[in-house]
Design a binder for this molecule. Structure first.
Ligand SMILES: Cc1ncc(C[n+]2csc(CCOP(=O)(O)OP(=O)(O)O)c2C)c(N)n1
Ligand SMILES: CC(=O)[C@@H](O)[C@H](O)COP(=O)(O)O
Ligand SMILES: [Mg+2]
Length: 616
């Protein structure tokens, strides 16, 4: 074994390693993961669970000719180590550093860019179809987790692949966990399959023992397998659900055992048509803290590897304020219910789930279903709140339009991670929600500047009998639990200035205040308006002598709040919009990215004064 992983020529070196060397490599990779991720933060538990699986995949297949697609892609760190990027892990998820997700621009071994769940099977189907059209010969493999298999898109793909008879190799990485414990009927079914070997062995033994009873045994054994039993037997005997869809189901096998995985990949190679391989792994395997608490170590900040304690634990986050406020509101109104799409803890709903288990719904990674499920609840006089990250809510656009807003139903959308998120990058920044929501009739869109605003807005939202979206950013927020903020749907003018008004949408307020302060030093007098209502636009705070408005928003400028305000103000007022540009923003630290894209307080002041000095 070499001293460090960066010294290997991966994946080529895997082909010549003995079984024992592969085993030793799995230990080295686990140590490496804990060591590096304890410094940078990242998705630890999922990657610890796929060490042997990934070693076996890159030993068996011939990448990059063979294509491996990682669903969500948060578990692709081992794949990155085994494709020559061990030396980049000190820069994981940092500005200018290696992404935490597969990026074909980063490596030819990253066959397809992922980040949002349940897309791998559809992408694999498309790649296999292209291969078949061109009469090319290579394997297309999709690795999907049991959580991601609760996403509806996966079934659309299974349905299509099964019918197409195209050779797609689906590998279900089943660790019984989504971010928290996996939920739903599919998860239960997988649970049965996981135990099916034991189930089948027991059943087979019982039948053999009975059939050995002299004279009557044979008849008894046959009688034992009544229709109901056979159905259960068949259902469990080999994933008949997947077989019925047109797949050859193989497994389940121990996905943390390299020889077992290599064996089943060999078996799959001899199968014509689509193959569904079911492997069972342990999320967090090999690092005790993560094995015991895979939820906490699913995505974790820098931590002390000895104790497992996070170095920078979260403070009072917007998610926490939302969750606590919702519990208080639910104490007084039993029509209030909460819905999550497999992100209950992360969106602050843990306390609600604990206190009101019958009014809490985790629907799995199924955002579109979550929204229409909420519509059904609202149609039946309940008051649902759906808590979904801004970028994941993109999955449910049609449901927001057709099921909630068209019927004008009282659903509250708690849009978490709205705005820049930082380390997760392009797939996770919540920069499109203002743009994609503000053209929908009947929808009120609110943006709190701090935790007190958020608390007041939640009460306000539940008082309306129509759809409301409240968008708030990832991370800590200013919150004074002793201060009761009121909110009446209006924007608030915080100060006046004869030269320019800065209209700050939601959490951009602090940057506006900073810019105002710096502009004063340059003799430019700016007023500040806190934009808490994105839609309907509240114009009551426009000052009569205002000639210049600058809007700043943590969202794309295209179709953003600023653009909409520009269309409403008198021609005598010049409106300039500062938002994110028309591109996908890379990963990095939020501070770096706000500075890089000139959306921090200092840059905003600079850009405004340049305009006044005629430089821009
Ligand atoms: C559309 C979408 N919704 C939610 C998420 C957040 N998310 C990332 S990983 C994950 C759980 C995935 O569970 P599983 O597929 O079983 O992978 P594991 O971490 O167990 O390996 C979730 C909900 C996402 N990335 N995309
Ligand atoms: C991989 C994935 O999509 C989630 O784990 C996401 O990274 C969580 O984001 P937060 O860290 O903002 O909760
Ligand atoms: Mg899982």
């Amino acid at each position: 074994m070499k001293r460090n992983l960066a010294e290997y020529n991966f994946p080529e070196d895997l082909k010549n390693m003995s079984g024992e060397e592969l085993e030793l490599l799995s230990y080295a990779i686990r140590d490496f993961l804990v060591d590096k991720i304890s410094l940078t933060g990242g998705h630890l538990a999922s990657n610890l669970g796929v060490v042997e699986l990934t070693i076996a995949l890159h030993r068996f297949y011939d990448c990059p000719k063979d294509k491996i697609i990682w669903d969500v892609g948060h578990q692709s760190y081992v794949h990155k180590i085994l494709t020559g990027r061990a030396n980049r892990f000190d820069t994981l998820r940092q500005t200018g550093g290696m992404s935490g997700f597969p990026k074909s621009g980063e490596s030819e071994y990253d066959a397809y860019d992922t980040g949002h769940s349940s897309t791998s099977l559809s992408a694999a189907a498309g790649m296999a179809a292209a291969r078949d059209i061109k009469n090319e010969d290579y394997n297309v493999v999709a690795v999907i987790g049991d959580g991601s298999l609760t996403g509806g898109m996966a079934y659309e793909a299974l349905n299509n692949i099964g019918a197409s008879k195209s050779k797609v190799i689906v590998i279900l990485n089943d660790n019984g966990m989504s971010i928290s414990r996996n939920i739903g009927g599919i998860s239960k079914h997988l649970g049965k399959l996981r135990t099916s070997n034991k189930y089948l062995d027991a059943k087979k033994n019982i039948k053999e023992n009975i059939s050995r009873i002299p004279a009557v045994g044979e008849g008894l054994a046959k009688g034992l397998s009544g229709a109901k039993d056979w159905l259960k037997y068949a259902l469990l005997s080999g994933g008949v659900m997947f077989e019925e869809l047109g797949f050859t189901y193989l497994g389940p096998i121990d996905g943390n055992d390299i020889p077992s995985v290599l064996g089943i990949l060999e078996q799959a190679q001899n199968v014509r048509g689509p193959v569904f391989i079911h492997v069972m792994t342990k999320k967090g395997k090999g690092y005790r803290n993560a094995e015991l608490n895979p939820n906490k170590y699913h995505g974790i900040g820098p931590f002390d590897p000895e104790t497992g304690a996070e170095k920078f634990p979260a403070g009072v986050t917007s998610s926490k304020v939302m969750g606590e406020t919702l519990v208080k509101l639910a104490d007084d109104d039993d029509r209030i219910v909460a819905i999550t799409a497999a992100m209950g803890t992360a969106t602050g709903l843990a306390e609600f789930a604990e206190k009101y288990p019958k009014r809490y719904f985790d629907v799995g990674i199924a955002e579109a279903h979550a929204v229409t499920f909420a519509a059904g609840l609202a149609k039946s006089d309940m008051k649902p709140l759906v808590a979904i990250y801004s970028s994941f809510l993109q999955r449910a656009y049609d449901q927001i339009v057709e099921d909630v807003c068209l019927q004008n139903l009282p659903v509250v959308f708690a849009i978490d991670r709205a705005g820049l998120v930082g380390a997760d990058g392009e797939t996770h920044h919540g920069l499109l929600d203002i743009s994609y929501l503000s053209s929908i009739p009947n929808l009120t869109i609110l943006s709190p500047s701090d935790g007190n605003d958020l608390k007041a807005m939640l009460s306000y939202a539940f008082s309306l009998n129509s759809p409301v979206a409240i968008r708030y950013p990832r991370g800590n927020c200013d919150y004074d639990e002793n201060r009761e903020e009121t909110f009446n749907g209006r924007n608030v003018r915080l100060s006046s200035g004869k030269d320019v008004d800065i209209w700050a949408v939601g959490s951009m307020l602090k940057r506006a205040e900073k810019a105002k302060e710096l502009l004063e030093l340059r003799g430019i007098h700016a007023g500040v308006v806190s934009v808490r209502t994105i839609k309907p636009i509240d114009m009551s705070v426009i000052s009569s002598n205002c000639r210049n408005i600058v809007t700043i928003e943590d969202g794309t400028a295209l179709g953003g709040f600023g653009e909409k305000l520009s269309a409403l103000v008198p021609a005598s007022i010049k409106v300039t919009n500062f938002g994110w540009p028309d591109k996908f923003i890379e990963h990095g630290s939020c501070d770096d990215l706000y500075k890089l894209y000139k959306l921090d307080g200092e840059s905003i002041a600079e850009r405004i004064s340049d305009r006044f000095e005629g430089k821009a």
